[in-house]
Write a protein that binds this ligand. Structure first.
Ligand code: DGL
Length: 274
């Protein structure tokens, strides 16, 4: 489809650093597109918060991104997607993609045993969004969910490997892998968790496929821009802004593990009274 030369950026939102895993995939797939990433680190984690609070914080953050004149909004946060996607779609003047359905589609495509394990924040698990989305992708699949509340604070603190990370991940996953039929696909239902992927894969073992929503969300974004005829007309690499409501130095340290030397300098913004 012919692009209509819409050079406005794609807005990407997460409660903190986790959505960078989705941003990285978007950048790989759509290098000519410009992006603005907002992490609401000042109020992360969202996972343990009541649904109403997550909705308020998400709407405030999304409001800031919409004010930057984005052409597409990606809610790169499962907790925000699970609690607030329909609301955000109501207020947004541009199309909005969440990460739950793309993750569920990946997991449904991956499992052979028909049993998918989902690890996520307490809020996402309580919402039942993944059980519903995997069931929508294939109603025959069994889904076992587990909330892992210690993982997001660990990632936000930059603790991505080492004995503490291994022990914490083992403590959670030990509860999942005794079921019958055995779980053969583990869905990372939180965008922070791919930053722990090496540890998670090691603990889960070689017979478990570890999948996340980053690749399929980027694919969905690409398809949507094509359907809308809204790709940028520019040839060169797009411009990228990364913004946090929290501490720039802490954010930059974790973000550098995702983007390495390609990390743009991180800005700070206030989206609401915190
Ligand atoms: N990265 C987010 C998610 O995908 C939220 C983590 C949090 O703030 O608790 O759920």
């Amino acid at each position: 489809m012919r692009p209509r030369n819409d050079s406005r950026p794609i807005g990407v939102f997460d409660s903190g650093v986790g959505g960078l895993t989705v941003l990285a995939e978007l950048r790989r797939r759509l290098p000519a597109e410009s992006t603005i990433y907002l992490g609401d680190n000042a109020r992360a984690p969202y996972g343990p918060r009541p649904a109403d609070e997550v909705r308020t914080f998400t709407l405030e953050s999304v409001g800031w991104l919409l004010a930057q004149d984005v052409k597409l909004l990606v809610l790169a946060c499962n907790t925000a997607t699970a609690h607030a996607l329909p609301l955000v779609r109501d207020v947004a003047t541009v199309p909005v993609l969440g990460v739950v359905r793309p993750g569920a589609v990946s997991a449904a495509a991956s499992t052979r045993a028909g049993h998918v394990g989902v690890i996520a924040t307490a809020g996402t698990v309580a919402s039942g969004a993944y059980a519903a989305a995997v069931g929508e992708a294939d109603p025959r699949l069994v889904v076992t969910q587990l909330a892992c509340p210690e993982l997001v604070p660990m990632v936000e603190a930059g603790q991505l490997s080492g004995p503490v990370a291994e022990a914490t991940v083992s403590g959670y996953l030990g509860d999942l892998f005794g079921a019958d039929p055995l779980i053969d696909t583990l869905l990372l239902g939180c965008t922070h968790y791919p930053l722990l992927r090496p540890v998670i894969e090691q603990v889960a073992g070689p017979h478990v496929a570890v999948v996340d929503s980053a690749f399929t969300t980027a694919l969905a974004a690409e398809d949507l821009l094509d359907v809308l005829g809204a790709r940028t007309g520019q040839d060169g690499p797009g411009a990228n802004r990364i913004v946090t409501t929290g501490d720039v130095a802490t954010f930059s340290a974790v973000a550098a593990t995702v983007f390495g030397a390609a990390l743009p300098s991180v800005e700070q913004a206030v989206v609401a009274a915190v």
